[in-house]
Design a protein around this ligand. Structure first.
Ligand SMILES: [Zn+2]
Length: 390
């Protein structure tokens, strides 16, 4: 049983077949949530699940659960899954790998005639990407109660089409109440979306936790003026003041290694003319850490710094937190199972804290671990409050 190996060729073939639905000329995939292409992808995967002998249920937000019974029907299923929707310029593997890897496990168990104690379920969650409909991680978010079904149903795409109507149109408006589907344990296999594993020449990252994040919109308002006629001492240059804050965002993250992150990724300068002193600058700030206490410290230090800049410059600076979720440590038993399996199979491995959001964050929420992920400092027990953007 410990020698059981999946059929890599079969997994690869299924990945390539699914990637043909919405294939782009550059070799990627565009299969946005709840489009006709999403329906085709869903139908294909559900068909494969049924061929593998699994029963299929769909909940009211379109999450799909494919089930292989175990010996003991009273046990909650061991679930694995991810998403099969993609970004407009998505790839073949993001999300899809996690779903089809789970399917391949079931196919292998079938081949080897192995019966498990608990049932096994392979899930795919609706609209993980959040590209067509906001918020992201919608299906798993509704499932764990992070936001309501009504909120998700009312979300509209740029053409005004709603999630509820599109779910019904593609035939995936199910009956099961989200969250009323037991999960014994949840595992999500996912391609790494950063450079760490490749840099360290390792095959598998064991993920003890996902970073929490805070997103902000910052607006600095100065005074537009001519670049030549306005002496340096008489300027109210919104861009010069903004760059101080931008530098601090990076410095701040560097003060909290190894998991502090600080990014300014979006900047709009007005009027954006080479001979006009900028009168207004809008930019985004993205702060992350694996420890909620440290993330909050970074938040406070940034606000204090901005207060100082406001006083020194005399410019109006507004800062608004537009999104937040706390770090998510995973249950040590699940993390330990992954570590043990990868080592037993002889793969090179290292622990990698995930910096990107995944459905596993929400799937894990009903089962908070009793111990926190060991960050670089001692930390209090993780908090599972949900903070709505204000
Ligand atoms: Zn993904």
């Amino acid at each position: 049983m410990t020698d059981a190996r999946v059929n890599g060729g079969r997994l690869w073939a299924s990945l390539m077949e699914l990637a043909q639905i919405g294939a782009t000329p550059k070799g990627g995939v565009k299969r946005l949530a709840l489009t006709d292409l999403d329906r085709q992808g869903r139908d294909l995967v559900v068909g494969w699940g049924k061929q593998a002998g699994m029963s299929v249920t769909v909940d009211q937000i379109g999450n799909v659960f494919m089930r292989r019974e175990g010996r003991n029907p009273s046990l909650a299923p061991v679930m694995t899954g991810s998403h099969i929707d993609t970004q407009p310029t998505g790839g073949k593997f993001d999300g899809n790998y996690g779903v089809l890897a789970g399917l391949e496990v079931v196919r292998t168990l079938n081949d080897l005639n192995i019966q498990t104690e608990a049932p096994i379920e392979v899930a795919f969650w609706t609209n993980e990407e959040g590209s067509r409909f906001v918020p992201v991680m919608m299906g798993s978010g509704v499932f764990c109660g992070a936001f309501s079904l009504e909120t998700a149903y009312a979300a509209k795409d740029t053409e005004g089409l709603t999630v509820k109507d599109e779910l019904a149109r593609i035939g995936y408006l199910g009956e099961q109440v989200p969250g009323q589907h037991p999960i014994g344990a949840y595992f999500e296999t996912h391609i790494e979306q950063g450079p760490v594993l490749e840099d360290a020449d390792k095959v598998i990252g064991v993920v003890p936790a996902v970073m929490g994040l805070s997103w902000y919109d910052c607006v600095v308002t100065g005074m537009e003026a001519h670049a030549g006629p306005t002496p340096m001492g008489l300027r109210r240059d919104a861009l010069q003041v903004s760059t101080k804050i931008m530098q601090e965002v990076v410095a701040l993250a560097n003060r909290y290694p190894p998991y502090g992150r600080g990014t300014v990724g979006m900047v709009q300068v007005f009027p954006n003319s080479r001979n006009v002193i900028p009168g207004e600058v809008k930019f985004s700030i993205d702060l992350r850490n694996v420890n909620d206490e440290l993330l909050n410290t970074m938040h406070e230090e940034m606000l204090a710094y901005i207060d100082g800049v406001r006083k020194d410059s005399g410019l109006a600076i507004s800062i608004e937190r537009v999104s937040y979720y706390p770090p998510c440590p995973f249950h040590p038993d699940c993390v330990g199972a992954v570590r043990k399996a990868t080592e037993a199979l002889g793969y090179s491995t290292m622990d990698v804290v995930s910096g990107a959001g995944h459905d596993a964050i929400y799937a894990a929420r009903p089962f908070p671990p009793t111990t926190d992920f060991a960050g670089n400092r001692a930390s209090p027990a993780p908090q599972y409050r949900h903070h709505r953007p204000s």
